[in-house]
Structure formats: structure tokens, C-alpha cells
Write a protein that binds this ligand. Sequence first.
Ligand code: GLV
Length: 313
Amino acid sequence: MNIVFYSPTRARAQQWEEKLKAQGLQFKAQHWNTDSTPAGVGDADYAVVWLPPEQLFQHHTHLKAVFNVGAGADAILKLHSLPDHLSVVRLDDEEIGSKMAEYVLYMVARITRGMDHYATAKAEKKWTPAPYAYFSDWPIGLMGLGKIGRQIAGLLSSLGYPINGWARSPRDIKGVTCYHGSDQFTDFLGASRIVINVLPLTDATTGILNMQTFSRMPKGGHIINIGRGEHLDETALLQALDQGQLAGAVLDVFRQEPLPESHPFWTDARIHVTPHISGATNLDQAMKQIAAKIKALQEGKAISGIVDRRTGY
Ligand code: GLV
């Protein structure tokens, strides 16, 4: 069995190979190098990738499945060279959702408890406790109610935050006031002081965090974007902050990554920037999952995590 690996960071792909081998999977590894595309047709049975180039699918035409080393497979799905019937498999373990929920809880507490204030207070040696923050004063809106969205909703609602959730189609989730479709988007936004985006990136969701969206939220709201940079209209965000429509933003993902040094977000005190780490991948878990799925496919068994090519997730 042949497996081709690709990551923009070669050392990372090497690590995947080692960790996959450590799972007891027997295979011959190839590392895709865009600088020297091999001649002829590639003989890989599986691809294990993050942000792969078009040429990989033009060359390896006998793939049985491609494994995305991440939860969101948008970067693969947008490739023109991706064959229609090739199975795209995304990571679907609990741990990515737990990491994202932990990140969100930290950021939500920063906002609702006014934690940034204490950093200044400490520097000034001032003992200035903030007024009691009622959970009920901070209704939270979750855009995206897949596995990850539900894990975040579960954690926040277990503490007492009122949770609104919005998805494309109707959902019924304990502890979450569910909204769906474009008709209910305005009501969802109007009821949510902090809006968290975990939607998959598709044609329908690109640019969904825009001025119209912000203007439907209660004045002085916050957004947390841990989906994809392309969900956000960056100019509209700056405008909404300038107008006071939004009070702050937490951004983990960006249209251009790494965020260029000249980007205004770096120096804007209203914007909290982290380098795409909210759902960091546990590589041991990821390779364990991929090894088990490859074994299952080799035995003709069904696997979870295959992306629905019509919806894009
Ligand atoms: C990270 O962005 C992922 O999709 O896992």
C-alpha cells in the first residue's frame, strides 16, 4: 500500500508518516514535492494532507481516499483537480471539539468577567473588582451546530450561559434555543451578545460575518471567529468596531495566514489575535484515527468522517 503525504511544512508531513507507522500500519511513504512533480501517473492508494496543491490530484489518479489532517476540508474541496467521486475524509474526533470549547470558554470569560481590566489594574497596583457578571446577561450565539458547535454549546450551557444556536437546517439540542435558515438568522443575532462562528466554509457561508450581520446584533456585542478567515469581512469588522456596533472581536483564523506583519489587526486593542490554534490537532490521535480508517477501508468496511460533497462538510 502506498501513501502520499503533503503538508506546507515538510517536517510535519514526516511526523505524520512516523506516527502513522507507529500505529502498526504497513505502507510505502511518498512525500509530495511541488518543485519536482514526478513524471507519469502516481501510484498512491491514499493521501494524507493539509492544504494540498492542485497537482497532487492530477498526478495521483488512483487514490481510494484522501485524509484531511484537520476538521475543515474546505481547502481540498475547492481544488478543481479533485475527482468527483474521491472520498474526502476529515478528522472527526472529540478532542478537536474539546480544545475549541476550552478556547471559547477562556475567551468568553475574558469578555464577560472583564479580565483584561485586571491586567491594567495589576500594573497600577489597583484592587478594583468588577461588578458581578450574571450568566443571564450574556446570551451566546453559536453559528454552526455540528459536532464541534454542540460540544461548545454543552460546555457553556453547563455553566449557565443562555445558548442560541443557528444552523442551515432545524436542530433540536437540549439547552440550546435553536434557529435555522436565513429567515431566522436575524432573530438569532438579535438575541446573542457574543456570536461565535464555527460554521464550515462553503459558498453559502463565505463572508457571512459582514456588516449586515453585525448590525443585527445588540449594540456593543462581540464576535469570536474560530471557523475560517474567509467567513469574515475584515473591513466591515473594523467599521463595526469604529461605530461601536461591536465592542470587540476574538480572531483565530484569517484570510491570509500567517497574518501579515503590516495587518491592522495586530495593533488594534479591540481585536484579540491568536495564530489558528483553537482546534489544534493532537497528531497521535489524528494518526490513530486515520490508521483505523485506512484499515477499515482496506477491509471494505464503512468509515465515519466522509465529507458530503453537496454540503461541503
Ligand atoms: C483547523 O482549522 C481544522 O480544520 O482542523
